[in-house]
Design a protein around this ligand. Structure first.
Ligand SMILES: NC(=O)c1ccc[n+]([C@@H]2O[C@H](COP(=O)([O-])OP(=O)(O)OC[C@H]3O[C@@H](n4cnc5c(N)ncnc54)[C@H](O)[C@@H]3O)[C@@H](O)[C@H]2O)c1
Ligand SMILES: O=C(O)[C@H](O)COP(=O)(O)O
Length: 399
């Protein structure tokens, strides 16, 4: 009998530090947190690279306590009927505060100024005089009246754009896929760029808030630098791979890019001039870590216990109040007659359907069927086998 139909304790594995209040969502009566498990029911992860991580037979869900899912093999998970969740917006305020901090600090040469001041430690009572004489090296610029280009107006980008207006900046935004919700939250004073080139050409500062995908990889390159203003400052709190490093190094050398502020330092970045390397601190606040962990854990728990899906990046959102006595949940190919075959299997066992839902996303779909009878004895494994054996069903659970 498959473990998918046994009422057992569920095992949760974490691959990064996950805030305690998030883990507390998994009550001890029904869940065990076992980070050594080879076969957990669900994984909670932050930035750990999972591309080589084996996906055990019992794995039903992976929750990214955060936004970016490029560290998770999403396609492989989809093919195996494993739901991947993230926590949209849960760390957006933390990143926004970090972006605005770095925008202002960079513009005022604060990082260099502070580092230089610390070198004076052994100068004794000469320090105040040296400070006054040396400060002219670090004269900066105010951001008031300058133009900030925001690429990607999702949870983070929209907050940055609105707050930059409050700092008296002119803001131009580009997001061809902006959601209706975000558009409602965006100030009407954010100018809309119809093309990314329009934004590149007009911005004194550019901040990027898009996911890393095949379309966005390398979006900062020699070609796009050539459109930008001389001395533009670029903030990248999204992913390092959005930038072509060879081209960035050259642009920093020749002054086209005045400064590159990035949350994703590596050896190449640390060797470039005029960079501000931040050790991936964008989402690292107690508040954001807790928000993400709680949201991720709640989504996993709800899915394991009811089959309902909220904030998945690979399967459709589904909510069906538990109406019957036994729930069948199945991930399957999005092809004709899947629901028909499932309902036929159920009725062939003399069972009656109370309620059902079917949602598709691309090549895959998800169906939940509530049965009006108590399903016990031999009928339970028979029901499981009948659904699991339908061609096109990727994974199934009886809940
Ligand atoms: N540094 C950190 O600690 C940290 C924290 C959170 C998120 N992030 C990164 O920031 C990214 C954005 O996070 P978010 O919470 O705002 O995500 P989000 O999904 O709310 O917003 C992303 C936005 O980018 C837009 N977009 C996608 N492709 C685009 C393109 N080619 N051009 C312009 N816009 C495009 C989408 O329409 C969406 O509005 C994440 O994917 C992650 O990589 C980093
Ligand atoms: O995509 C994200 O949410 C961020 O990069 C945060 O990563 P972290 O959870 O490792 O801080």
């Amino acid at each position: 009998m498959s473990t998918s139909i046994l009422n057992k304790m569920k095992t949760i594995k974490t691959l990064n530090n996950i805030a305690e209040n998030g883990l507390k969502v998994f009550n001890k009566e029904n869940y065990v947190i076992d980070n050594d498990s080879d076969n957990p029911d669900a994984i909670v992860v932050r930035s750990f690279n999972m591309h080589q991580t084996p996906l055990g037979d019992d794995l039903k869900a992976i929750a990214r306590a955060g936004a970016g899912v490029n560290n998770i093999p999403v396609e492989k998970c989809t093919e195996q009927g494993i739901v991947v969740f993230n926590t949209p917006g849960a760390n957006a305020n933390a990143v926004k505060e970090m972006v605005l901090t770095c925008l202002m600090a960079s513009s005022r040469n604060l990082f260099d100024g502070v580092a230089w001041t610390k070198t004076l430690v052994n100068e004794g009572d000469q320090i105040p005089k040296l400070v006054e004489a040396g400060k002219k090296q670090f004269v900066g610029n105010e951001i008031k009246g300058k133009t900030l280009g925001v690429i990607g107006l999702g949870a983070i980008g929209a907050l940055v754009a609105n707050n930059a207006l409050d700092l008296d900046m002119d803001v131009i935004g580009f997001d061809p896929f902006i959601s209706v919700d975000t558009a409602w939250n965006l100030s009407r004073n954010v100018q809309r760029a119809m093309t990314i080139e329009e934004l590149f050409a007009s911005a004194d500062y550019i901040t990027v808030h898009v996911p890393l995908t095949n379309d966005t990889r390398g979006m900062f390159n020699q070609g796009t630098f050539s459109i930008m203003k001389q001395g533009v400052q670029i903030l990248n709190f999204s992913r390092g791979e959005l930038v072509n490093e060879t081209d960035m190094e050259q642009a920093l050398e020749n002054g086209k890019v005045g400064r590159y502020i990035t949350d994703f330092p590596n050896e190449a970045v640390l060797k470039m001039k005029n960079t501000i390397p931040v050790p991936h601190l964008g989402a690292s606040t107690a508040e954001s870590e807790e928000n993400c962990a709680i949201m991720a854990a709640r989504q996993v728990k709800d899915f394991l216990e009811t089959g309902n899906i909220k904030n998945s990046v690979n399967f459709p959102g589904v909510y069906l109040p538990y109406a019957g006595k036994q729930r069948v949940a199945a991930f399957h190919k999005n092809v004709p007659n899947m629901v028909g075959q499932m309902t036929l299997s159920i009725s062939s066992l003399g069972l009656n359907i109370a309620d059902m839902v079917n949602r598709s996303r691309g090549e895959y779909a998800y169906t939940m069927i509530d049965i009006d009878n108590e399903v016990t004895g031999d009928i339970l494994p028979a029901l499981y086998e009948k659904i699991a054996q339908i061609e096109g069903v990727v994974s199934t659970r009886l809940i």
